[in-house]
Every structure is written in structure tokens, then in C-alpha cells.
Design a protein around this ligand. Structure first.
Ligand code: NAI
Length: 351
């Protein structure tokens, strides 16, 4: 099933409004999810609507949040999200960070007590579209073993980066700090397929190829990814006085309560460090040089980190965005949600 981006946006918005979200917030979430699907980040697109709708309908998302921005220093601030939808809170917080960076060269804004915010690429792009460099990090549910551990501690804690480029779209790199997203485990289960032993561990902390025995995910590149996910939790959790590590709320434990998550946006104004024109030209030159690098056997061309999403976005703009039939059928149905996520297990399965 192929859908145009604006049609997907409308379907998502209608469903979220039916669940009880305001028009403004439903539009904000729909924009972020349609952006993700349009760039091939299907794990953070329309597939999430059923879950969000259930949480909204059950009271775990504040419908009319008291969003407040507290400027805490010349370049810093905290955006109180009041457990409203994370996508909208993080977007507004990024606007504040951009404003600070435009004035002072740097803007660092923490988002305090928010809901799930989806694909972080969306927020860093906001800054790069205004000629800023941005990094955004956020907490997610504890489902990853620490390096050498047998039980989960950190979340899949993602890191996104964007920079403006001369005569082209900003470059955007956006990754979870795990080898694979948990959605890929579910996918393997549904297909009856094995998974590589590098993705996840069983209840003893042993690598497993059986997706049904997965008890936790593995950090990317062993101790290095483990270090990065710690860094993310410190920056978006401890720094903001929020629960951290295994105390971070689970997506499915209780859909009647807010998640109290944290996110940190760091925005840097290149014009305060070098010539903006030169900066953007050099980003473009770096991309050109990467493209011109001799490709290894099996590769047709070297891409810059994150370029795959750009390529996919161009293809989908032409051909439409592929949406799984079940997800599309749900979006066009009268069902608000399927009542299937509350107190589901770590990997979104019922206990
Ligand atoms: P991924 O593994 O699909 O891609 C990671 C990055 O590598 C992307 O920038 C992608 O464009 C780039 N990439 C992949 N293959 C490439 C290639 N051949 N050449 C050049 N670049 C390439 O992404 P992952 O780690 O599964 O994350 C997916 C999304 O999940 C992200 O948007 C992330 O922000 C989001 N996320 C959100 C969480 C939340 O709680 N809000 C938690 C975890 C992830």
C-alpha cells in the first residue's frame, strides 16, 4: 500500500483527534510521524498511532499541557512539557534553543517530563533549516544490557545530529545506540526468521539468534555504544533531575500515567565560530569528497552518514510511502485503538 505524505498526515491526525488529542497537537504528532515514514524510518511512523491513541484515550498523555519555557541562563533553559505529546513539546523546545543560539551562539534546552517524541531527526532538521548545527538526545525505556551485563539498564537512547549545507538539504544523522531497534526483533518473530547473534541476548545475557528468546538488546559496538547510551541518559535524564537508567518509565507499563521522559537539544550557531558561508561550503565539500571516495567491493557508492533517508525520501515522494496494510486498514477504520498495549511486555507483547 502506497500513500502520499499529506494523506498519511491527515489520516494520522484524524485518528489522534478521535482519541482525544487537540487539533494542534494531533497535527504536530502527525507531522513528525509522516516525516519519519517519508524518510523510511517506519519504526517511528504510522505504526505507532495505535499505541499513541491508546495512551491518549487512557489518560497517559496530558491533553491540554501547561507548556512553559524557563530561561535559566543566557544560553540555557528548561521546557516544562507536563507530559504532553513529546513530538510537540520537543519541537517547541527546539524553537527556544534555536532562538538562544541565534542570540548567543549556543542554545541548550532540556525538555522536562515529556511523552515519547519519535524520530529525533525531525528536531535537529528544524535547527539546520535555520542554519544552525544541532544535536538532540533523549531517554527511552530500559531494554538494553550494559556491556557485560545480563539484565537491561539503559534504553535505546538515540542521538541525532544535523548541519546545514550549501546548495542542498541539511545533512542529518540519527541513530539509536543499540545495534537494532526492538521493532526489528518483532519483525523477525513475525516472519519466523533468526536474528544475527550481535543484536540481542537471552535471559542469561548470552547472545541469541532466536527472536523469541530475546530478553534485552545489545549496545552498538560493545563498550563504545554502551558509553554513548550512558552519556545520553546523563544529558537527558540526570541533568534534568529526571528518573534515569532502569527507573526510566516503560512505554507499556501503565498507559494511564505520564512518562516523565527527558530530551536535550544542543544548538550551535556556526556564525559565532567561523564564516557561515564557509561552514556550509565545507559541509558540501565533505559530502562531495565522501561521494568521490572509491567504493569497496559490494558498494556502488559511498554515502554520507544519514544519506539513505534522503534517497528514500526522494523515491517515496515520487512513488508514495509504503505503509503496511494492517496499519493502513487501522488508519482508515473507525477503531480508535485496539486496546492491546497496556501492560504489554518489554517488546510490546502481552505478558
Ligand atoms: P537506522 O539504523 O535505520 O539508521 C541509523 C542512521 O544511519 C540513520 O541516520 C541512517 O540514515 C543512517 N544509515 C543507515 N544506513 C546507511 C547507509 N548505508 N549509508 C549512510 N547512512 C546510513 O536507525 P535506528 O538506529 O534504527 O533509529 C531509527 C529511529 O529511531 C531514529 O529516528 C531515532 O531517533 C529513533 N529512536 C527514537 C527513540 C525515542 O525514544 N524517541 C528511541 C530510539 C530510537
Amino acid at each position: 500500500m502506497r500513500v502520499r505524505k499529506h494523506d498519511l498526515h491527515d489520516l494520522i491526525q484524524k485518528k489522534l483527534e478521535a482519541a482525544g488529542l487537540s487539533e494542534e497537537h494531533a497535527d504536530g504528532v502527525a507531522e513528525s510521524l509522516a516525516f519519519a515514514d517519508a524518510r523510511g524510518i517506519h519504526s517511528h511512523g504510522a505504526v505507532r498511532v495505535d499505541y499513541y491513541a491508546e495512551r491518549i484515550a487512557k489518560g497517559g498523555t496530558t491533553l491540554a499541557p501547561n507548556f512553559r519555557f524557563n530561561k535559566t541562563g543566557p544560553s540555557s533553559g528548561v521546557f516544562e512539557a507536563d507530559n504532553g505529546v513529546g513530538h510537540v513539546a520537543a519541537r517547541k523546545a527546539m524553537d527556544e534553543a534555536i532562538g538562544l543560539a541565534q542570540e548567543t551562539g549556543v542554545g541548550i534546552v532540556g525538555v522536562h517530563e515529556m511523552g515519547h517524541s519519535g524520530a529525533l531527526a525531525y528536531f535537529v532538521k528544524q535547527a539546520a533549516d535555520k542554519d544552525m548545527v544541532a544535536i538532540s538526545v533523549c531517554q527511552s525505556d530500559p531494554m538494553v544490557v550494559p556491556f557485560g551485563g545480563a539484565e537491561p539498564y539503559f534504553g535505546t537512547n538515540p542521538i541525532a545530529f544535523a548541519a546545514p549545507r550549501m546548495d542542498g538539504e541539511p545533512i542529518i544523522f540519527d541513530m539509536a545506540t543499540t545495534v537494532q531497534a526492538w521493532g526489528k526483533i518483532l519483525d523477525a518473530r513475525s516472519k519466523g526468521a533468526d536474528i544475527p547473534p550481535t543484536w540481542a541476548v537471552d535471559a542469561n545475557g548470552e547472545p541469541t539468534t532466536n527472536p523469541h528468546q530475546v530478553n534485552a538488546l545489545l549496545p552498538v559496538a560493545g563498550p563504545k555504544g554502551y558509553g554513548l547510551m550512558m552519556m545520553v541518559d546523563i544529558l537527558s535524564g540526570i541533568l534534568l533531575g529526571l528518573p534515569f537508567g532502569k527507573r526510566v518509565s516503560s512505554m507499556y507499563t501503565d498507559l494511564t500515567k505520564g512518562r516523565n521522559l527527558g530530551q536535550l537539544h544542543i544548538v550551535i550557531n556556526p556564525a559565532f565560530f567561523t564564516s557561515l558561508k564557509e561552514f556550509k561550503q565545507n559541509i558540501a565539500q565533505m559530502v562531495d569528497e565522501l561521494h568521490a571516495t572509491k567504493a569497496a567491493p559490494g558498494f556502488s557508492q559511498v554515502l554520507y552518514p544519514g544519506e539513505l533517508a534522503e534517497i528514500v525520501e526522494t523515491d517515496y515522494a515520487e512513488a508514495g510511502i509504503p505503509i503496511v496494510k494492517d496499519v493502513y486498514d487501522y488508519l482508515i477504520s473507525d477503531t480508535v485503538h485496539y486496546d492491546q498495549y497496556d501492560h504489554a511486555g518489554l517488546f510490546a507483547e502481552q505478558d
